[in-house]
Design a protein around this ligand. Structure first.
Ligand SMILES: Cc1cc2nc3c(=O)[nH]c(=O)nc-3n(C[C@H](O)[C@H](O)[C@H](O)COP(=O)(O)O)c2cc1C
Length: 449
């Protein structure tokens, strides 16, 4: 199949550098993980060589020795991306930042800086924070409840956008002849007073090159889907099966339309764990070998986080119990619990699935088989592209870029060159106009009538 004018897939890599698989870091060929700058440079440069849209860093604001190995210790995402922006030229730079434990003014400034420093490549993964232990690091008595986290996030995004609009595009004059440095008439003071935030503004940095950095969201609950549909331009999804993926994407698109948005401006990227082999049996063997190296206590903790309840209190070979709704990651919990119920899984079996994929889709096989699997969902309208979750770095990602990307390119499903310079260009997203320009255009239109 080849049709160069057809829509292309979008590709993101989730750079959990000690591996997305709980045991990925233990392979002889894996390099030491998340604080290894040469490795992180290699990953992002490989992604750019593969013409990926986006390099993405997850984050949390707490730690424990028993967390997923890629999450125990790691660089702060925006700091790291600022460095990585200097060794790349095109690829998007996605950082996770919490709306529960940040202030909009600080974060608007950080993302504006990253967008400027990188020439318009920043993206913000908006999270309320799935991990309640963070509260104790910020002097808070408790992690806010699920609904409140989303209410805070909604207002936070509104304030961020308002701050990014502090200056009209051409406010910085720097006219040596007249002595005018900045045009104060093009400065906008936000004066935001809302339920959760009071922010005067203006921001002390000019409007980001992309207008607003690209907004990313990954909530799967009803409130999460609404926030994604109202504000996000990239949506990560935990959808291990095609029907689930299709209905998730349809739902997000319908909600986006209800919010008055063009559904084409919301790119749904399901997570996918790929294991490339010379044969399918070879790929499966690699997966089984990894499973044997996994630390079961860590895997069970990762599963417990995903379902929002401590499963270590239940018999390992008993059925997965009925659990009340998660306060942590509702969408993720529903996917795992439904799978357990449908397939009558024991806790041990669900733990082993989580070890490998954290509940995401698994594709193990030859490059052609993996490309088939990616093409199938894309053609069925179940995905706009993928959030790739390699089981270890660098080898598993190198193999994907060297062997699977060329198959997708040959089929006309993925770009062979970047056609723009900003992340919005790669994703086919419009650049938001400054509201003052929109108002002026509307005023001129009505004056002309
Ligand atoms: C691919 C992916 C990446 C995520 N990355 C983070 C992250 O870095 N930090 C975080 O706190 N939550 C992260 N999450 C969790 C979501 O942002 C969201 O908070 C969580 O799924 C709860 O939302 P829900 O209850 O609406 O499903 C991620 C989820 C997915 C699917």
């Amino acid at each position: 199949m080849s049709a160069s004018s057809s829509p292309m897939m979008h590709m993101c890599v989730l750079a959990l550098a000690a591996g997305n698989h709980v045991a990925g870091w233990r392979l002889d060929e894996a390099e030491a993980g998340s604080q290894n700058l040469p490795l992180l440079k290699h990953i992002i440069q490989t992604a750019e060589r593969g013409k990926f849209d986006l390099f993405f860093l997850a984050d949390a604001l707490n730690t424990l020795p028993t967390m997923h190995p890629s999450m125990v210790v790691r660089f702060e995402p925006i700091t790291l991306l600022s460095v990585l922006s200097t060794v790349t030229t095109h690829i998007g730079l996605g950082a996770t930042a919490s709306t529960t434990y940040s202030e909009p003014y600080n974060l608007a400034r950080l993302f504006a800086s990253l967008d400027h420093l990188s020439g318009g490549r920043a993206a913000w993964n908006v999270v309320g924070g799935a991990f309640p232990d963070a509260a104790a690091n910020f002097g808070k008595p408790a992690h806010p409840p699920h609904a409140e986290r989303y209410s805070i996030a909604r207002e936070f995004i509104e304030v961020m956008k308002g701050l990014w609009d502090s200056w009209e595009e051409d406010a910085l004059v720097m006219d040596k002849a007249s002595g005018q440095f900045i045009d104060a008439g093009k400065m906008h003071v936000l004066n935001h007073e809302g339920e959760h935030f009071r922010v005067k503004g203006p921001l002390n940095i000019t409007r980001p090159p992309q207008g607003y950095p690209v907004i990313v969201q990954a909530g799967g609950s009803d409130a999460g889907r609404d926030l994604a549909a109202a504000t996000a331009e990239v949506v990560y999804a935990v959808v291990p099966e095609m029907e689930m993926a299709k209905s998730f994407r349809d739902d997000i698109r319908q909600r986006a339309e209800r919010f008055g948005r063009d559904p084409g401006h919301v790119k749904v990227l399901p997570g996918v764990c790929t294991i490339v082999g010379e044969t399918e049996a070879d790929a499966r063997k690699k997966l089984a070998a990894l499973g044997e190296k996994a630390d079961h206590a860590t895997s069970l903790r990762v599963l417990s986080e995903r379902v929002g309840h401590d499963l270590s209190e239940y018999p390992l070979d008993g059925p997965v119990p009925d659990l009340p709704p998660s306060q942590m990651m509702q969408g993720h919990a529903v996917v795992l619990m439904e799978k357990a119920k449908r397939e009558k899984l024991t806790i041990r079996q669900l733990r082993d699935i989580t070890t490998a994929t954290m509940g995401h889709r698994l594709l193990a096989g030859t490059p052609e088989q993996i490309a088939d699997g990616l093409e199938e969902w894309f053609a069925a309208g179940a995905a706009d592209g993928y959030n790739l979750m390699p089981h270890y770095f660098p080898g598993a990602f190198d193999e994907f870029v060297d062997h699977v990307i060329p198959v997708l390119q040959k089929r006309g499903l993925f770009r062979t060159e970047y056609t723009g310079t900003t992340l919005r260009d790669h994703l086919g997203l419009p650049r938001p106009e400054h509201p003052a320009k929109v108002h002026t255009a509307l005023a001129e239109l009505s004056a002309a009538e």
